[in-house]
Design a protein around this ligand. Structure first.
Ligand SMILES: Nc1nc2c(ncn2[C@@H]2O[C@H](COP(=O)(O)OP(=O)(O)OP(=O)(O)O)[C@@H](O)[C@H]2O)c(=O)[nH]1
Ligand SMILES: [Mg+2]
Length: 299
């Protein structure tokens, strides 16, 4: 651990509407996938820490669920995690997507105007907008009262060096909080559940993805490299009809989700994986305290 006067460190929360690319940015900065990503709004449900360690610098990022008006207890929990994420931060990233700037994005910028920390306005997904449209858009957004204005593409990794340089300048002198090889605070069991949920989000349509929750029940033989890790997990959904779609014809859908998740999990654990998935119907689980607790959505 370093602790010299040259060392800078601090905490930064990433805030913004659902689907603007907050988790994509955090993964790009950390250099590994610590938060799942999907084209569905409200993918992230927890505050997820991602640690970026560079020479004489450590920034601890807090990825947060997309800001929205909650419609159930899960949504209320998600919005609560944002308050927690802001506790003790040195700076915030306010993110919006260049393809879809709405008045609520600007309201969000104003909502955090009085935070006594540095604020960076980050316009993401610039790779999706042609130059003629982008120039006036950036011109307009750069009028906002923030401490830095940085257009990026988190996916193509454009503009990230400039962003990191700006954020590093804002970090106070401080200790290296976490060891160099630590990239997140999420336990492996939680990451496994998230990887399964990500594949469900990517393969399912319409309202079903929002009602999906994953509980990892057990991970057997972990660390025993000669054997496969056997992982048992429940996928929760809200209706009998959703269960049918989730399982698919002759189990096709569940098999596809399982195979895709298994690939990611094997890479992370460095071990062969035998994934056993079960589908459970839990009506209205997003409003039920017991179920929310089972799925880890409690403080
Ligand atoms: N083309 C392009 N797509 C991007 C970029 N950044 C993110 N995306 C895509 O945008 C979608 C949403 O990305 P996420 O990182 O999950 O967004 P988020 O803000 O974390 O969303 P929530 O967790 O729902 O709040 C995904 O399909 C990403 O692949 C980018 O710079 N360019
Ligand atoms: Mg996210």
């Amino acid at each position: 651990m370093q602790n010299t006067k040259d060392y800078r460190s601090g905490f930064i929360a990433i805030l913004g509407r659902p689907n603007v690319g907050k988790s994509t940015l955090m993964n790009a900065l950390v250099g590994e996938k610590v938060a799942i990503v999907s084209s569905r709004a409200q993918t992230t449900r927890n505050r997820i820490m991602g640690v970026m360690t560079r020479e004489n610098l450590q920034i601890v990022f807090m990825d947060t669920p997309g800001l929205h008006t909650p419609r159930n207890k899960l949504g209320q929990y998600m919005m609560g995690t944002i308050k927690d994420a802001l506790d003790g931060v040195d700076a915030v990233i306010l993110m919006l997507g260049a393809t879809d700037v709405r008045s609520v994005d600007l309201e969000i910028i104003r909502r955090y105007e009085n935070l006594p920390v540095k604020r960076a306005l980050v316009v993401n997904k610039i790779d999706l907008v042609n130059a003629d449209t982008l120039a006036p858009l950036l011109d307009k957004l750069s009028q906002e009262k923030v401490d830095a204005f940085v257009p990026i593409s988190a996916q193509k990794k454009n503009g990230l060096d400039r962003l990191v340089k700006q954020l590093a300048d804002w970090m106070p002198q401080g200790p290296q909080y976490f060891p160099e090889d630590m990239i997140t605070d999420q336990p492996e069991r939680v990451i496994v559940a998230e990887m399964i949920r990500e594949k469900a989000l990517r393969n399912l349509r319409e309202e079903i993805p929002h009602g999906i929750g994953v509980e990892v029940l057990a991970m057997e033989n972990q660390g025993d490299e000669k054997r496969a890790v056997t992982i048992h997990a429940n996928i929760f959904c809200e209706k009998e009809s959703h269960k049918g779609i989730l399982i698919g014809k002759r189990g096709d859908m569940l098999r596809r989700i399982g195979e895709q998740a298994r690939g990611d999990i094997e890479k992370m654990l460095g071990q062969k994986v035998n994934l056993q998935l079960w589908v459970k119907v839990r009506p209205d689980w997003r409003n039920r305290a017991e179920d929310l607790k089972t799925l880890g959505y409690t403080d």
